[in-house]
Ligand binder design. Structure first.
Ligand SMILES: Cc1cc2nc3c(=O)[nH]c(=O)nc-3n(C[C@H](O)[C@H](O)[C@H](O)COP(=O)(O)O)c2cc1C
Length: 268
């Protein structure tokens, strides 16, 4: 594949492959997938009181695997899902969720962790997978993307010198045309990882719903204590805790309320 000035657009082509074991939408897809998807979507509510029964292990594992099918930037998957099964840790975790009933009554607790610090570890793993089993070494746009552009974007240092350099480069580039303007600060790297972890979190909750189980995402939690409880490094960022299980009827606090469509959906 020739080197080009636009590796991002070329990547799309490079990822197109034929695999007979992957589901390919056809005309029947609308009738088979859509009703189930809508059911799972509308059944998912934030449930605050569960019956406390654990979710069967096989189902939990399936839901967690589904979550990992969420998309992620550069496919770097910079997050981890901690399914906390150790009883002592579970009690401490519920406490760190400020004793919210959604946590204390849950059958299962999952901590969603954003790992901006794992970008390079994951990149190296990804490259190994992509080139395993006699596959060709990366060339052209993919090589350029994963071996130059991704490191250029994601490398950081404690003093923020890299971010400052990127800020200058971006300022010059942006004068010429559209430019990716982040990351240029520590906050940008955190946001980046939290975007990816949140997509996995939502996929997990939808999968739980499709399996007939309920959930509640919790952000009103002590993230520092949870990070320490799990023994995670400072670069790891607890995104949220998801409680899961079967709802008790009183665990649904009210009807679903959403803003007017026109507030949320803008057609321009
Ligand atoms: C990131 C995030 C953090 C949340 N934190 C809490 C929380 O700490 N406690 C809680 O009871 N609900 C929490 N929620 C649930 C929301 O209150 C709930 O999703 C919202 O009211 C909409 O209701 P629905 O999910 O039933 O449609 C959180 C939701 C999200 C997405």
């Amino acid at each position: 594949m020739p080197k080009t000035a636009s590796p991002l657009s070329e990547m799309t082509e490079a990822f197109v492959y034929d695999s007979s074991d992957e589901l390919k939408p056809d005309e029947s897809f609308l009738t088979t997938a859509l009703p189930g998807f809508k059911d799972a979507l509308s059944a998912r509510r934030a449930i605050r009181i569960f019956d406390g029964e654990p979710i069967p292990e096989g189902i939990m594992r399936d839901c967690l695997r589904d979550a990992t099918l969420a998309p992620s930037a550069s496919n770097l998957q910079p997050y981890e899902l901690y399914w906390v099964r150790n009883e002592k840790k579970r009690v401490l975790l519920a406490d760190d969720c400020l004793g919210q009933p959604a946590a204390t009554t849950a059958g299962e607790l999952i901590v969603v962790v954003a790992r901006k610090d794992l970008w390079n570890t994951n990149r190296e793993k990804l490259l190994r997978i992509m080139t395993a089993d006699g596959a060709e070494p990366l060339v052209g746009p993919l090589d350029e993307y994963y071996n130059h552009i991704v490191p250029m974007l994601r490398t950081t240092d404690t003093l923020g010198v890299r971010d400052l350099m990127r800020r200058v480069v971006i300022w010059f580039r942006a004068r010429k045309g559209p430019t990716v303007r982040t990351p240029v600060s520590r906050g940008d790297h955190r946001v980046w990882a939290n975007v990816q972890s949140s997509l996995a979190a939502q996929t997990l909750m939808l999968s739980l719903s499709a399996h007939g189980y309920d959930s509640c995402p919790m952000g009103g939690i002590d993230k520092l204590r949870i990070r320490r409880l799990l023994g995670l490094p400072r670069g790891a960022d607890v995104s949220m805790v998801i409680s899961a299980g079967r709802r008790r009827p009183e665990g649904l606090y009210g009807r679903r309320i959403r803003l007017d469509e026109s507030d949320l959906i803008k057609v321009v």
